[in-house]
Design a protein around this ligand. Structure first.
Ligand code: AGP
Length: 600
């Protein structure tokens, strides 16, 4: 952690830089340096050691523009050559840097091949040569182009002999503020360095480039390039009759993409890079609120069961359209998690902005890269489900459930989840893509079932615990693409009213894997049987008993109870699809719906 400062104005820069640098020395003090532009001639002074050791015989260069640095060595030993400011081959560009350039070696090798001569071992110096490479006559243009190639963190201040009347400053992750005064401007790593000159500051945001001139300043927002990973074929139907069918066939891949490179089986944990920056803050979180709409809200409900059971943190799940008008009980140790495929759903975004206003930590689980939710949340996880074109969400839901399971391990292992339990969940997660592929093999069977039940106008979906939200999802999917009436209900709730509707004209889909509430599900199935209701069961492979009490069974492979929703929902997506197909519905663009609901 180094300290940087810059001054441009009417006063001699050196004394300002010196007093500011002394206040920054707590950030690192193994060497320091100044560069001051005097009539466009750069003056450079660098020393190893503390400022106080050289105070007696300091130079006093004239010039009203300058930058300075106090170093805490990261890359390159404590030498004068490695101290800042660094400069380019022509001694035109002078730069001070706080941060770490991760890809500096690769860039350095390239620059050396292009003829650049380096004078230090540091990562920072490559910034000078990169700027030199792009420098025509405009410093901020060269800085903007150079930073596009950089991976890592930086707070920088740059001056140039050939474009002298300015300081260009930029930040990514490392702190950097601007000090604004009537006729002078400062840049520094910390307010303490400039407080004697001004109390007016601007906190630069990531990817912002500030240009300070003797009489004014402006800020450029550099939008980070984001790469669409998707291949064009993916955004086409790929030979399927509908996008929804293609996207359902990609559900095993959606699980695969979500877990890829994120499971650490030997440690029974997960790597979620998008949370790195808030890792420490997450340890203190003692309440979670999951907010989403539609299908994504059912993922939130499943997440609530997972997080309560395996992390032991009080967890709420609510829909955006309600949450935004609620007065939720939160405090500084509450985190709000927003789930959205599109990242543009108005109700979810409104709830997000509400939480941000209250200073609540916001985390996004998003599919669309660079969407509003992804940009506005403090941190997040991409589900990597690829483009989802059909209005009815399918594979993105699998991506959301899988991501919530990983988040559960992430939080759990930060708390009292054991290595053994972590390993068990991560090991089972790794098996899920293959298990999901097994379910796709029952495609024809599900198609036959749709044929068998196509004349019914009403359907119940029932489930308990982790599969109660899946019953809600099954009903929503059938409603939104087949326009048939369908209701999802907690199986235990049926006898408190809904069972009044049960008769031979109202079939029920019962999601009853062999889990901790299986026996309860069997009892509820018996109650429906007793009222001549027909039942399709989603049951665990090997459960032959169930065949005796229901009309039809679709089997899903055995997995951990908390992961069953990721498998049990797949047959429900296909059942809805084949019923809609038989009813000749416009499956990819159902009436009255939109893929992303961007209005309230
Ligand atoms: C689901 O099939 C629907 N398209 C709809 O309920 C959707 O889940 C909801 O609008 C939320 O969308 P989001 O995930 O893009 O925020």
């Amino acid at each position: 952690m180094c300290g940087i400062i810059g001054y441009i104005g009417k006063k001699p820069a050196f004394p300002v830089l010196l007093s500011g640098l002394k206040r920054l020395e707590y950030r690192g003090y193994d060497s320091f340096g100044f560069s001051v532009l005097n009539k466009n001639e750069p003056f450079l002074f660098k020393k190893v050691g503390k400022i106080s050791e050289f105070e007696q015989n300091f130079p006093n260069p004239s010039g009203e523009i300058g930058i300075a640095h106090t170093r805490w060595a990261t890359t390159g030993e404590v030498t004068e050559a490695n101290s800042h400011p660094h400069f380019d081959c022509q001694k035109n560009i002078f730069l001070v840097h706080n941060g770490i350039i991760e890809n500096y070696q690769e860039l350095k090798d390239k620059l050396i091949k292009e003829g650049h001569k380096f004078t230090s071992e540091t990562d920072s110096e490559i910034l000078c040569h990169l700027i030199e490479k792009y420098f025509q006559d405009n410093l901020e243009e060269a800085v903007r182009k150079a930073l596009r190639e950089v991976k890592g963190t930086y707070g920088i201040a740059v001056i140039s002999k050939k474009d002298p009347q300015k300081i260009v400053a930029a930040r990514f992750s490392s702190p950097l503020i601007l000090g604004v005064n009537k006729d002078e401007f400062l840049v520094a790593s910390d307010p303490a360095a400039i407080i004697t000159h001004t109390r007016q500051i601007i906190n630069l945001d990531d990817n912002e480039i500030a240009v300070l001139k003797p009489d004014n300043f402006f800020i450029l927002k550099e939008k980070p390039l984001e790469t669409i990973e998707w291949k064009i074929e993916e955004a086409e139907k790929g030979g399927y009759a509908h996008f929804m069918l293609k996207e359902m066939m990609e559900e095993p891949e959606a699980i695969e993409n979500a877990i890829n490179g994120r499971l650490i089986i030997e440690e029974g944990s997960v790597r979620l890079g998008g949370l790195d920056e808030i890792q420490e803050r997450l340890r203190k979180i003692n309440k979670l609120i999951l907010i989403a709409c539609g299908t994504a809200s059912y993922a939130a409900k499943v997440g609530k069961y997972m997080l309560e059971e395996y992390v032991g943190v009080p967890t709420e799940a609510d829909v955006g359209s309600e949450f935004r008008y609620r007065k939720p009980i939160t405090d500084k140790n509450t985190a709000a998690i927003f789930i959205s495929q599109s990242g543009e759903t108005a109700d979810t975004l409104a709830a997000l902005r509400e939480m941000k206003k209250k200073g609540i930590l916001t985390i996004g689980i998003t599919n669309v890269v660079g969407s509003s939710q992804a940009r506005e949340t403090d941190a997040g996880i991409y589900t990597r489900s690829g483009p989802e074109i059909a209005v009815a969400s399918s594979k993105a839901f699998l991506g959301q459930l899988t991501t919530l399971a990983m988040l559960t391990v992430y939080f759990g292992r930060q708390r009292d989840m054991s290595l053994v339990m972590g390993k068990r969940i991560v090991f089972e997660l790794a098996k899920l893509p293959e298990l999901a592929k097994e379910i796709l093999k029952q495609n024809d069977k599900i198609k036959e079932l749709a044929e068998k039940y196509k004349d019914f106008k009403n359907f119940w979906f029932i489930g308990r615990k982790y599969n109660f939200p899946i019953a809600l999802e099954g009903a929503l999917k059938l409603k939104e693409i087949s326009y048939l009436h369908a209701e999802g209900c907690g199986a235990g709730e049926m006898k408190h009213g809904p069972i009044a509707l049960i008769d031979e004209n109202f079939p029920t889909i019962a999601i009853c894997p062999s889990d901790s509430v299986y026996e309860k599900m069997v009892a509820n199935i018996e109650e429906i049987k007793a009222r001549k209701g027909s039942i399709i069961a989603i049951a665990t492979k090997g459960n032959e008993e169930i065949k005796k009490i229901v009309d039809d069974v679709i089997y899903i492979p055995k997995t951990l109870e908390m992961l069953t929703p990721i498998l049990s929902v797949i047959p429900l997506h296909f059942f809805a699809y084949y019923l809609a197909l038989l009813l000749d519905r416009d499956i990819d663009k159902p009436k009255n719906l939109a893929k992303s609901v961007t209005t309230e």
